[in-house]
Design a protein around this ligand. Structure first.
Ligand code: E4P
Length: 215
């Protein structure tokens, strides 16, 4: 399973990329606002750090505006994936982008038929938001499983990016069900490394090492 980082914090991306475990990055306007940075500048920096798909989102609401933004974003780097919201206008834009060779990531997917339509329109990626569904008492991972079945039934090559991830259990469940990609905030990325028994075990080995007679 590929792991993307879900952040616009360039320092965080640098730290995680140093570990060699980051396959791509997803951003959105809220994440860039949180970073307090100019959107284009952040994206220009990220593409230099991670050699993989980097999602950058459009703001326009009508297809022609979205396509114009997509063309500008795609000029930044060959790895740019244009993130387009799941609306009828968005899917019109996806189809045009596909014809022009611009890969897209359809975002804000909350039910499997939205993902099926995105795949049909030619999206390279589709992003179901699991955490936001859990927040309103709907099972986000169940929706991912249904979407996965639909895409497999018809051999779409659209990849699922499990998004809006809140905790490591979302990541584990994604891997068990065979999701292509999970995009994680840095906090969850760090949590994936941890287990208290690992820390306890390391400490015990260090303590016992001190008891070994030195030559
Ligand atoms: C990524 O593509 C999404 O924009 C992001 O995961 C949304 O996460 P949130 O629900 O925590 O804002």
């Amino acid at each position: 399973m590929k792991i993307f980082l879900d952040t616009a914090d360039v320092e965080e991306i640098r730290q995680a990329a140093d570990m060699g475990l980051v396959d791509g990055v997803t951003t959105n306007p809220s994440l860039v606002a949180k970073a307090g940075r100019v959107y284009r500048e952040v994206v220009e920096e990220i593409v230099e750090i991670v050699d993989g798909p980097i999602s950058a989102e459009v703001i326009g609401e009508m297809a022609p505006a979205m396509v114009a933004e997509a063309r500008e974003l795609a000029k930044i780097h060959k790895n740019i994936v244009v993130k387009i919201p799941m609306t009828p206008e968005g899917l019109k834009a996806v189809k045009i982008c596909k014809a022009e060779g611009i890969p897209t990531n359809v975002t804000l997917v909350f039910q499997p038929l939205q993902g099926l339509l995105a795949a049909k329109a030619g999206a390279a990626y589709v992003s179901p938001f699991v955490g936001r569904l859990d927040d309103v008492c709907q099972d986000g991972m169940e929706m991912v499983a249904e979407l996965g079945t639909m895409l497999r039934n018809y051999d779409y090559d659209t990849e699922i990016i499990v998004a809006s991830v809140r905790h490591p259990l979302h990541v584990a469940q994604s891997a068990i069900m065979g999701a292509d990609i999970v995009t994680v905030p840095m906090k969850v990325f760090r949590q994936m490394f941890n287990h208290p028994l690992t820390d306890k075990g390391i400490q015990a080995f260090l303590d016992d090492y001190q008891k070994i007679p030195k030559a």
